[in-house]
Structures are given as C-alpha cells and as structure tokens.
Design a protein. Sequence first.
Lengths: 309, 627, 326
Amino acid sequence: MSVLEFDAVSVRYGKLTAVDGVRLTVPSGQVVGLVGESGSGKSTLARAAVGLAPVNAGRVLLDGVDVRKLPRRRPLQMVFQDPYSSLDPRMAIGESITEAMPRDTSRGARREEVARLLDLVHLGPDRAAMLPGQLSGGQRQRVALARALAGQPKVLIADEITSALDVSVQGAVLNLVRDVQRRLSLSMLFISHNLAVVRYVSDIVAVMYLGRIVEAGPAEQVLTDPQHPYTRDLLASAPSAHRNLLADTGDPLADTEPADPHHPPPGCRYHPRCPIGPLVHTDRTLCVSADPADDAAHRPHRAACHFAA
Amino acid sequence: MARRGSVWAAAVRTPVGACSAVLLAGVVLLAVLAPLLWGDAAAAIDTDAIGQGPSGAHWFGTDSLGRDLFFRTLVATRLSVGLAVLATAIGVGVGVLLGTLPSVLPRWAGRLLTAAVNVAVAFPGLLLALFLAVIFGVGTQGAVLAIAFAVAPAFARLVQTLSASVAGRDFIAAARVSGVGRIRLLARHVLPNIGEPLVVNATIGAGSALLAFAGLSFLGIGVQAPDYDWGRLLREGLDGIYVNPVAALGPCVAVVLAGLAFNLVGETVAGVVGVRTRASRRAAGPLPAPRPAAVAEPADDAVLVVENLQVAFPGPSGWTVPVRGVSFSVRPGEAIGVVGESGSGKSLTALAVSRLIETPGVVTADRLEFAGTPLAAASDRELGTSLAMVFQDPMTSFNPARRVGRQLAEVSEQHHGLSRRAAFARAIDRLTAVRVPAAARRARQYPHEFSGGMRQRAMIGMGLMGQPKLIIADEPTTALDVTVQRQVLRLLARTREAEGAAILLISHDIAVVSQTCERMLVMYAGRVVEDLPTGSPAQHPYTRALLATTVDLGTDRDEPLAVIPGRPPEPDQVPDGCAFADRCPLASERCRTEDPVLEPTADAHRVACWHPQVSVLSGRSQEEGAA
Amino acid sequence: MTTAAAPAGLRGSPWPAFAARRLARFAVSLWALLTAAFLMIHLVPGDPVRASLGLTAPAELVAAKRAELGLDDPLWVQYGHYVRGLLSGDFGTSMASGQPVAQVIGDRLPSTLQLAVLAFAVVVVVAVPVGVCFAVLTRGGRRRGAELGFTSVSVFLAAIPEFLVAVGLVALLAVGLGWFPVAGSDDVSAYVLPVAALAVGPAAVLSRMVRVELLSVLGADFVRTARAKRLPARLVYVRHALPNALTATLTLGGLMLTGMVAGTVLVENVFAWPGLGSTIVASILQKDYPLVQGIVLVYGVGVLLVNLLVDVVLGLLDPRSAIREA
C-alpha cells in the first residue's frame, strides 16, 4: 500500500517542456487513468517517475520519499507500450523476469518465483525457457507484466500497454492487469490515449493536455460531468455506440489543429481550440492573458479552465 | 540448436555459401600447410634460373635470386593472412573497447571519446594507416599496429551506432527500471544484441585488412625482407612486369581470392544470422485455385465489383495467400467499411482493388471492375482522376523532398493537361476545400511541416484533384489522435456528400466503421466472413466476438471484458475448414473440415458460417463470443 | 515519451543552427588534425632527426638540425611556432631535399587532384545510371538472373583494391597489348589506366548502393502514393524515387570520394605518377618527417572539406536533415 505523488513535476528536453508543473496523486491501492493525445507528455510523466526522464523541477514522491533517493531497485515498476521491443529478444523470458527480482533472492527461490509469476499472468511455468520471439504479442505483454511484478512493486505504471495489440487480445490483457492490481492491492498509474479503456480500468481519471493536467477527478464524475472543454472534446471524439461520430456539432473550431508542444500558446493552452474560449466568445480575453492552471485547485475536478462548468 | 545447425547447412548449399566455404577452407589450409610443405622450395636460391618467365618447372617464373615464385606465393599465405587476422583482432578489440567505454565512463569522458572517434572515422583507413606507420615505424610490427588502429575507429563507431539503436529499445529501459546496473546492462543486454553484426563486420574487416596490409607491403612500408607477403611479392613482380607479368599477377590473384573469401564468408554469416534478410522470391509452383464463393449479381451501376479476389505472394515453401477469394461490390455514393484484425488481408484487398499490388504479388479475380471497366484495362487517367486513395501513415505517404502543393498539382498536370501554374492553383483550391488553413502558404511547405491530421487532409485533397467516384481509405485515422480522427472522418463524410463519391474505409476499429459506414465487410484470415448493414445484428460468431471485445464508453466496468481465445492462423497455415473454428465456441466437426461459403441469409446480409446466430438481440448482449 | 506530432508550423529556419553546427564540427576536426600532425613527430620513438639523418651522422649535425627544427624548445612553444607557421603558409622544410614543404606540395598536388577528380567524375557518370538501370530491371524480384549477375560482378569488383586493379590493367593493357603507357603522366593516354584503376572499385560499390537505395525507396509509402496518382513510371522514378535514393547515397558518395583520395596513394605508386601519393611514401621511407607532416595535413584537410561539402549538399537536398539535427 503506497502513494505515488507528482509534486509540481517538470520535464524538459532542450527547449521543449514536455511536462510542465504536474501535480497528481495516485492514492494507495487505486488506479489513476491518465489520458491525453500524443505529445501531451503523459508517457514522459511516467518515465520521469521511474527515472527514465530527467525531473527538472519538482519531485516525484513515493510514500513521501523522493524517488531519486530510493535505492536502484525501486518499488516502482513499469510495463511498456510495445511488447515486441520491451523484452530482450535474446534472453529467455524466465531470465528476464529473474533479473528484475531483488538481489537477495536465493537461486531456488528465484525459480519458484518465476513459476509463480508466470502462473499469475496465466502462462505455463514451462515457458520460462522460451525466447520472446516464440510468443504472441499478448503473451509477451503478460511476460512484461510478470517482470514488473518480480520487482515487488508497490506502485505499477502501465504505459499504453494495449495500444500495440489487436482488440481480441486487448481484453485479455486488461482483464489480467485489473485482476492483478486488485489481488495485490497495487497503486497504479494507467496511461492510455483511449478514453474508453481508461474509463474501464480507472478509479480516478486525469486528463493531460500539452504537458499539463487540465482535469482530474473520480472516473464516473469526470466522464459524466466533465468540467474542462478539452475533456468534453475527448468524450465527443471517442467512438461510441450511442453517439454519431459524424454529427456536425456546429462547432466553428472543429477543424483546428492541435497546438505545437514546442510553442505552447500563452494563457490557457487550450484557447486556440476551445469552443467556449476567446475565439468564440470574443469577450473572454482572460483565456489569452491568464493561465487557468494557477487557481485550478479551487475548481471542481481541479479543472484548468477559467470558465469551467 | 539443431535448427541453427540446419540453417548453416542450408547456407553452405547456396552458391555463395558453397563458394565462401571452399575458398575459406583453401586459404586456411594453405596458411597452415604451405610453409611446412614448400617452405624450403620457396627459399631455395637457384643462380641458374634468375628472373625467368613461367615454365613447366617454375609456374610463375622465378625472382631475381632464382627462387620459385609459385611456391613463394603459396608460402606467403601464412604471413599475409595471419598478419591481417592479427591486425583485425587487435583493431576490433580496441574498437569494441572504445565503442563501449562511453556508456560506462562518466558523461563528459564518454562524450569526449565519442567525439574523438567521430573525428578519426572521417579519415580513410589507408591514410590513418600511413600516418600511424610513421609513428609505429616501418616494418611488420609497425604495419600491424598501424592497420589495427586504423580499423579501430570504424569499429568503435559501429559499436556505438549499434548500441545506440539497441539502447533506444524499450527492453533496455525496462531493465533499467528493474534496477539492472550499467555493467550488466552492457554485458547481458547490449553486447549480445549487437554481437552478430559485429562478427559479420569483423569478418569483412579482416578481408579489408588483408588488402590494406598488401597495400602497405606493396608500398614498402609493411613487411620487410627477408620476410615476404603477397604485397612484397607484388612490388617485386611489378618491377619486372615487362619480363614476367605473371610474377605480379600471381600474388594479385592470391590477394583477391583471399579477400573475397573473407567477404563472402561475411555475407554468408550475415545471411544466416539475419543481419541482412533476403526476401525469398522463388516462384513456387502453380497458384492455388481460390475457393468459389456465391456471388449475387451486383447492381448495374456499381462503382466497384470484386468477385473471388485472390492475392498471393511466393514464399520459400509455396504460395502464401493472404487474400483468399473476396467478393463484394460498392454502389455509387455508398460507404462500406472493411473490418478485421492485423493480418486479415483487409489492406491487401484495398491495394488489390486499386491495382497497386506489385510483383512478386499476384492478383487474380473472376471479376474486378471499376466504374464498369475491367480494372486491368482501365486507363491511368481514369484511375488517376476517379479513384482516390488515402493511406494509413500520413508521415511516410508524402514524398519528403517535394512541396505538398506540387505533389497535389502533379495529378492535374498529368491527367488534366494543366500547366504547372494552373495545376498549382488548383492544388491550393483543393487544399482549401479540405479545410487546410492558409492553403496558399501551406501548399509551398514540405510534408514534415504539416501535422499528421493536416497531412491526411492534404492526402484527401490530392484525391479531390480529380472527380473521385470511389475513395479508398486504408486505416486513414489509425496514426491520429481521437480528436483529429473525428475531424478526418468528418471530412471524408463531407467529401462523400459533396462529390457523390463512394467510400471504402479499411479499419481495425469496428466502432469507427459502424458509425461511419452503411455496410461493413468483416474479414478474417483472408476472407470476408460477414457482409452486413451496420445497423443490423451480426450473425457470424467472429463479428459478434469482435463487437463484444470492443471497449467503449458504455462497457460495464464491473464485468471482465469479453475475450477471443487463441489467435488467427498464419496466412501460410490456413486450415481446410473454417479458419475461425479453432477460436469459435460454436465450432462443430463440419466447421473443421468444410470451409463455409459466404451466402446471403437475409436482405443485404451475407454470412460465411455453418452456425450463424440469427437472433433479435444485438451482438453485444450475446455471451457466445466471450469464452 | 510518445513521439510528438511534427511541429505544425516552423517558426524560424533551422538553417543557421545547422550551418553553425557543421562549421563548428569542421573547426574541431581541423584542430584535431593539426594537433595530430604536430604530435606525429614527437610520437616517433627515439630521435626523429637521428632517425632521419641515419646512425652515422655526426652528433653536431644532429644537434644543429634539432636546433633548426626547434625541437629543443618546450612542446607548447613548438606548437605555437607550428600553428603560426601554418597560418602564414610555412609548412617547414624538407629534411631530405631542403626545399620548403609548401613548394613540394604545390608542385605535386595538382596531379593528384586531377587524378582524383577525374576518377570521381567517371565513377558518378558510370555508377549512377548502371545502378538505376539494374534497380528498375530487377525491382520486385524480377529478372533473378540479371540480379545475380550484377550482384556477383559488383561484389567481385568492389573486393579488389585499386592497386591490384592497377597492376592487372598494366599487365593486360600496357604490357600485354601495349595500348597505354606503363607509367608517367605525359599525355592524355597516360591518364586512362590510373583513372580506370581508381574508378573501378568505387563504381562497383556505388552502383550497388544506388540500386539498393532505389529499391528500398521504391518500396516506400510515398512511391505507392505516386503510383496511386497514376503517374507514368518515368515520373515516379525521376521525380519521386531517384532524388530520395540519391540523397541516401550521398553520404556514401562522400566516403568514397575521401577513400579515393587515399586510393591515389597506391595508384600513384604503381604508375609512378608525380603526385602527392608517391611523394608521401618516399618521404615516409626516407623519414623526411616535415614533408610527411605537411602532406598528411593536406590529405586530411581534403577529407574534411569533402565531408563538409557532403553535409551542406545533403542539407540543401533533403529539407529534413537540417531539422533532424536540431
């Protein structure tokens, strides 16, 4: 049972600020779903937590301790997007799993643990000697999960773990992750561009746009009563049996482009695309001049919008 | 390991493999045996036979001391090859060290080393060797060191690039997250994954070292008398080339053969370990006959008529047939979606009906007509102006080196006979039509200056340069974000309305298709298994399972997701019966032996299944699909 | 992080940064080259003057020569002298002939340049069309025979170093048939064999490369787009495939050109060509270090210039390369 906390975390690559002052808490035993488009910085945030991206400002705290002060083997593990790239093609999967175990595990214990973990992810223990090339994408993703669990994490980060998989396989992996998370009461940060998948898995949903969290709150609330216009746009764009994707919303900004992360707009970062922003309501100059992130904490769902409703 | 062994055996049986094996064996044997067998004969001075040409007694003639040049050439094998291998070994060792050190050293030291290697590698090996020969001194030892250190930077660079490409892969990141240390990371993850290309390059490098050594000795900088290698023999032979050309040509041939041996072995090893994969292109017997399908007579005005379409590719063990007898037709203005998982043949179907499959792929069909004319006979102008294509990856589907406007304008220059200027103006007009903002400026930009969504718009605009009757969109939104996906899908719908064009939308996302199309074709393992109006309930167990597994905003969070057990068959291992039988909860004996034919079951509904589920309920509430 | 969408509109050209970066790299390499050439003399084991003048030379002569060369000064003083000398065109004096090194280089450089430039022109003129032809003929696995023939011949030719080609050509065409002179650079016919010897290998490599690159470009998505536009095959090749393939080949072209600079050393020695190559070998054997130093410098600068040129041309041809760097 552990809490992962992003405390005003910023990540910069050269001039690009990929993550900009993000505050987000993954409460103990809960799943926080992080959704956003490509380039929004959601994967960078995950990589910052596990030390794969530099934290230029702010802190990532695990149970109140800065993760940079933790030993090399952290109780914070990650499952990656592409199961074809995240397993060493020349290492037997059993060994990949063993490698992630704490150092002090004895040889015999290790073999037992590999068998237990493989069993946990519904793969036969006899597969330990196989190379990743002999497994399908879904099976590899299970192995990747087993490896993450071998590190005995308190917090698990899942970064787009089903986006490289076919739909027929996606369900099985999602079921497994949910099952494991509940059984081990892991805290989990679940990242996806697919709102429907995030909704299915998460207790809390956070929406990210251009390096900022623009809205966060309990999953049902955020999805049924979205406060930020971007969240509403995401919801409207998600294919659903109940809505016509092609219905013209009469929105004059429907065809605007996503902003360039290298040159974020001033004020509210969403204003050039916002259907309730200054381009539609010309009197809302506030959106161009003031950053709504500053007093987001006081609004429902911590929405970063001056006109959140 | 047995598998590996057989691969080697197979490699040796290829012409290149056999050649290289024979050559290498010859070189090695000579290097070992020649000095023992003919060492004395090669050293024997015969004052009666000085500077002779080739004869029965002396095949290559004799040198200025009357020594037999043929034997000398054979005996020189050991020194020539041995020194080359020695120099390569040292060079590769130093190179690997220089290449791997930056990942272990502190950051600044690593950068400095990398920069030094980058400077050194810009200079040709021979120049480096000459420079180093000055420092190490003229002679055998100096030459070995010179060549070794001349080879080293290139290998360091190779190791660096290879490890950088490995280091960028997620398994390295995963190992780091698991707490694996730098040294172990290098030893267990990086080096094993770059080992094979290194061995290949070292082998080829040994060939180059052999030639370089011969070069140095030839210049008089390498091996010194009384020792001799091929380079020295060559130098001596060249001086007397008018008297006895063979004296120079003999060592030449030896050097070339030995160099070739190393190169060919390198190529063979590369082929076996798959560093360079060579696609098998052997045509393998006659094409398999497609299985017949029941075909309804298409409407007279159909834009596209496809009957029994088959796409086959020759493989190493016979034909692979990823599309196996697909039939459908598209009426004017109709929007049809083609749905399936990866490998179902949906994209190949799209390419085949737009005549874009290239050799070695083979397309056959009982009937394949576009706008009333057989596709094979359709003119380029007809297709270029009335069949529009939108491809999956907007990143790569534009020529990176041409301005976007010009790429659109080409269509009108070619098919409408417009001038460059007029065609460009039309391109700007069309970009405006697909709502690209500031079209006149954007038309002059390069594709990389466009965002993904904008590029996809421009691609649709390209189709609108003519008057499309049919737009084939192959996963047009897969690479895009959902909000942009909606924009592009809307644009397609608008275009369809404005132009009266039919749309064939290929997608893996059944939700997208069911919301944008009137009819959908569900493909599985190269066949259409169901053809249904998007509103009506699915009857094929696969379609129903696909619907059930799709997560949407209405999915019940308290229930586990439906899954389809197993995975689709590989295209070269499709069973005789129904390809879905192994994963189907309803499969019977008949399903495993007899392949069901796509047959009409109700109005505008076709199913290829022995046990279609005709029910009033929608596919979603059914449990059969979820095993 | 997930791959960020390409910038929607570029603000500011990446060119100045790209150019600055390249020039900086050139400057650093040049400095490294200068320093390496300077240190060369000091890295020679033992006393270079003694080595040069021979063991029998009287001690006074050696000492005088050392003083003349400034070898007794502290290293950094010598380095300063050296760099200042280079800046004013003073490359030192040959120990063997007593001539200024700059003069020797000035005499010999033109013949070497002629040879290299001619050979490079021949390579490009021959290899590009041949590579393109075979790519077009053998695309998509067509004409297996032609592919096999082309591959084996080009692999074979590429495997033979230029000096062996040179010896072979001399034996066959000069000695055997007497068509061309064996050595020297007196008239036009004397150019044929050296240029051919230099060009054969690189031409084989380049044509193979052109073919491979063109084939890979022909498989690219944007070529499929061009075919979907139903452009005539000629336009697909000339407008869409070839420019991209040649851009990819350019880097190799640069490597080849620098390799050719090195190749001249051997070929000049076969044909007794009065260029830098025969001079450097002679001076290495005579241990005439100042001369070696000067010639190494000239070759090195040549190589660096070629690399710079390739980078610039690549930046001009491929609008992405400048940005990829940034």
